[in-house]
Write a new protein. Structure first.
Length: 354
């Protein structure tokens, strides 16, 4: 890109774009029909809990959307870490050919490299085979609009299936997203224009902030299609998204996207569980997709091995697994994204917020 992302966002912030409030201008009204509870909630939850197997992959229903998504999602950050673009493209296409259809990404990953490489991988008919998700950092309408348009350009697509507000880490983030001139205005306008289909949010810091985001959404007459959060064998013991947020999502039939399943390998360093056990634990929860970082064919094979060997875990097996991780998890030592700022990219790059 000729202009840096930081410069673009400074320009967006300086432009002084201010729009009317969501409620006052009726931005959310066209969405109310699709965000109303469906009558067949129990049936949809049963479909999520009972995957459909096709080939090597299992598929679940994404919340109330009726979309069929692979139980394993390809993490966008890791595909941008690969040394060569052609190697990354080969890995992405191999994942799709074997049945992974959920593509994770983000506007800020590797200064857009993850977007550009995935965009090239999705040429030649591969775009039609996937459910494409990406995330934006902007909290203002101007920053969010710019990031959405740039995401479409770099991914080389005319629409994105799911856009998520990225890194909802601060208690003020929900107010900024839904406030007058906030990022939700740009996201809803993009949805109305056919640039995106569904809307969600992500965060890895504190389950109370997720609950605040859901509460502010409700106050604005809006219900998210998806929520992404850490779900793993350590989270169950410490500031638990599983215990505090997951029941709310299940109740409202919001698609659950699990991340940090292996905790960026920190969980494995505890020497209490294997990678396959970590993936099985997250798959055993009422998740639609378990997003995992895949940066080599070996790790791709590991993910498919987890799918091949997965069987629903009874309570005795879950209890035994959690007993092994309880002591290591007690202080959040292996969930550093909760206890440190090392994963807070928007804190290190505040200009991205707009």
């Amino acid at each position: 890109m000729d202009i840096s992302r930081r410069s673009l966002l400074k320009a967006a912030s300086a432009s002084g774009l201010v729009a009317a409030g969501l409620a006052s201008e009726g931005f959310l009204q066209p969405l109310l029909a699709q965000t109303q509870p469906v009558e067949q909630t129990n049936q949809l939850l049963a479909e999520t809990a009972t995957p459909t197997r096709r080939g090597e992959m299992l598929y679940r229903t994404l919340g109330r959307t009726q979309e069929q998504v692979s139980v394993i999602g390809l993490g966008g950050y890791h595909i941008g870490k690969i040394q060569e673009e052609q190697e990354s493209i080969k890995l992405i296409r191999s994942a799709i050919d074997r049945g992974i259809n959920f593509m994770d990404n983000c506007w800020d990953y590797h200064d857009g490299r993850s977007h550009r490489w995935m965009g090239n991988a999705l040429k030649n008919g591969y775009r039609q085979k996937v459910f494409l998700m990406t995330k934006i950092d902007g909290r203002t309408k101007g920053a969010a609009k710019m990031q959405i348009d740039e995401s479409l350009k770099d991914l080389q697509v005319d629409h994105i299936d799911l856009i998520q507000h990225h890194e909802i880490l601060r208690f003020e983030d929900p107010d900024r997203v839904f406030g007058t001139g906030g990022s939700m205005e740009a996201v809803v306008e993009a949805q109305k224009a056919g640039k995106i289909r569904y809307i969600g949010f992500t965060g890895h810091k504190n389950p109370q902030i997720h609950l605040q985001m859901l509460s502010i959404a409700t106050q604005n007459g809006f219900r998210f299609d998806t929520v992404q959060m850490p779900l793993n064998v350590m989270d169950a013991h410490f500031r638990s998204f599983e215990h505090q947020v997951l029941p709310v999502l299940v109740k409202d039939n919001i698609g659950v996207l699990a991340m940090k399943t292996i905790g960026e390998s920190y969980i494995l360093r505890s020497n209490t569980v294997s990678a396959i056990e970590c993936l099985h634990y997250a798959m055993n929860l009422p998740t639609s997709v378990v997003i995992t970082g895949i940066d080599s064919m070996r790790i791709l094979d590991q993910a498919f091995e987890a799918v091949r060997t997965f069987k629903p875990m009874d309570q005795a097996r879950v209890t035994a697994l959690l007993a092994r991780t309880r002591e290591a998890a007690a202080k959040g030592e292996y969930e550093r994204y909760k206890t440190t700022t090392q994963n807070d990219s928007t804190a290190m790059n505040p200009a991205w917020l707009g």
